[in-house]
Design a protein around this ligand. Structure first.
Ligand code: DGI
Ligand code: FE
Ligand code: FE
Length: 208
């Protein structure tokens, strides 16, 4: 299967068939509530991709896959994490493991081999410096899909209507504030990604 390889040219009915397969498989891995979140992320990633000119099929694909391992037991995640190419630093924070594990199974179960899609899945919880547009879209869609309720979410939703980088930067700040308030360890690449975006955003507008 060449899913996510040629989302722009693949016949629409073929893509619908791919999505049906992903939906059924993903749904079987999680609770109804989590599945509802995933559907919300697909809808939001689709809308953001259209708004900011990113391949919609790739955005939908990454969104379908992103949390497929979210409810797997920690023992299973840590065991798989030892067998795959885990980005540095992920091993020490259990909440981060489900992204790289999902990317691994997106490739294995569904034949996804578009590196941009796989990176969007891999880094959807943390972000990282040098994120692609697709990575930003999945990161943001995960944080603002229709079911998300937390202080500041409406501000991020408003920013997402017009400025992808502003919205992602605000979302990083929101997450980092939450992690500090709850005394949790912070993944260093998230801080680097946040600094990189704000550095660019606070430059003169013509430099962007
Ligand atoms: O999987 P979702 O719940 O849809 O969302 P997610 O993939 O963004 O995961 C959110 C969880 O990850 C949330 O409990 C906070 C946690 N998290 C995100 N970044 C960090 C983190 N936890 C720690 N300790 N450090 C981080 O940098
Ligand atoms: Fe997640
Ligand atoms: Fe999610």
């Amino acid at each position: 299967m060449t899913a996510c390889l040629d989302g722009g040219t693949k016949a629409v009915d073929e893509r619908v068939l791919d999505e049906q397969l992903w939906m059924d498989k993903v749904r079987a891995e999680m609770s109804e509530a989590r599945y509802d979140h995933v559907v919300g992320v697909v809808e939001m990633a689709d809308a953001l991709a259209r708004r900011f000119g990113v391949n919609v099929a790739d955005a939908r694909c990454a969104a379908w896959m992103h949390d497929l391992a979210r409810e797997w037991p920690l023992e299973r995640l840590t065991q798989i994490a030892e067998e795959i190419d885990l980005p540095s630093g992920f091993a020490s924070i259990p909440a981060l493991l489900h992204g790289p594990v999902a990317a691994h199974f997106a490739a294995r179960w569904f034949g996804i081999d578009n590196e941009d899609v796989l990176n969007a899945i891999r880094y959807h919880t943390t972000g990282r410096p040098g994120m692609s547009m697709l990575e930003k879209i999945l990161y943001l869609a995960d944080g603002i899909e229709r079911g998300r309720v937390y202080p500041g979410v409406d501000h991020i939703r408003t920013l997402a209507e017009s400025d992808l980088d502003q919205a992602v930067a605000a979302s990083f700040d929101n997450t980092l504030q939450y992690l500090i308030l709850t005394h949790q360890p912070i993944f260093p690449l998230t801080v680097m990604a946040r600094n990189e975006l704000w550095e660019r955003l606070t430059q003169a507008p013509q430099a962007r």
